[in-house]
Design a protein around this ligand. Structure first.
Ligand code: GDP
Ligand code: MG
Length: 200
């Protein structure tokens, strides 16, 4: 087991207390933030990478309202599991509050190394994904794209077609699609390569 729970933060007022310089609750490792829609597979990916069950996986989207931090010992990184955005059944005011909270964290963390933007392999980036990506670019936070649930693309031709479409979507957003990862927490596809990339 290489994953270990560090801390949870649920309110903007508590963000400041979390950090002392580059440390997070005494942990000096660089942080990687998991960004993506509710239900895209953030927590599952964390568990797969950390080879543990630290992050709670849920069938009910929109459950996580806090940021959970996990120490990934092997990679010497701390992973931040951010609340998923874009859950349709929450009120706009609440959604704005979430966005404000997430954005405040992304701005406050001096030791944030990169954001992994998780996108469902079956779908293109949504408007909310694009908003998040633009925010990260604006803040100068390096982005790595991870397409999740790759196991749901069943045939070679479907995989090839989705890769072509997704690559174009990333190019349209100003990113090089070559750096994107295609993974499945269920089948294990792409996980070793992603883990090696994040451990570098
Ligand atoms: N088929 C498939 N389902 C997945 C995969 N990863 C996550 N899921 C499912 O998607 C749902 C949401 O996963 P979760 O990790 O909680 O998403 P989060 O809301 O982004 O943290 C759960 O029902 C998971 O079992 C995957 O790689 N393949
Ligand atoms: Mg989650």
């Amino acid at each position: 087991m290489s994953g270990q729970f560090v801390v949870t933060v649920g309110a903007i007022e508590n963000l400041e207390r979390l950090f002392s310089g580059k440390n997070l609750k005494g942990q000096p490792q660089p942080r990687i933030a998991m960004v993506g829609r509710s239900n895209v597979g953030k927590s599952s990916l964390i568990n797969s990478l950390l080879e543990s069950k630290v992050a709670q996986v849920s069938n009910q989207p929109g459950k996580t309202r806090c940021i959970h931090f996990y120490l990934w010992k092997e990679a010497k990184k701390v992973i931040a599991d951010l609340p998923g955005y874009g859950y349709a059944r929450t009120a706009q005011t609440e959604r704005d509050r979430w966005a404000e909270f997430i954005n405040a964290y992304l701005r406050a963390d001096e030791n944030l190394e990169a954001a992994l933007v998780l996108l469902d392999a079956r779908h293109g980036p949504t408007r909310l994904d694009e908003q998040a990506i633009r925010f990260l670019s604006f803040e100068g936070i390096p982005v790595t794209f991870v397409f999740t649930k790759f196991d749901q693309l069943k045939s070679q031709s479907e995989r090839a077609q989705r890769k072509r479409e997704a690559s174009q979507a990333l190019r349209d957003l100003g990113f090089d699609p070559e750096g994107a990862h295609w993974v499945s927490s269920r089948s294990g596809d792409g996980l070793k390569k992603l883990a090696a990339f994040l451990s570098r």
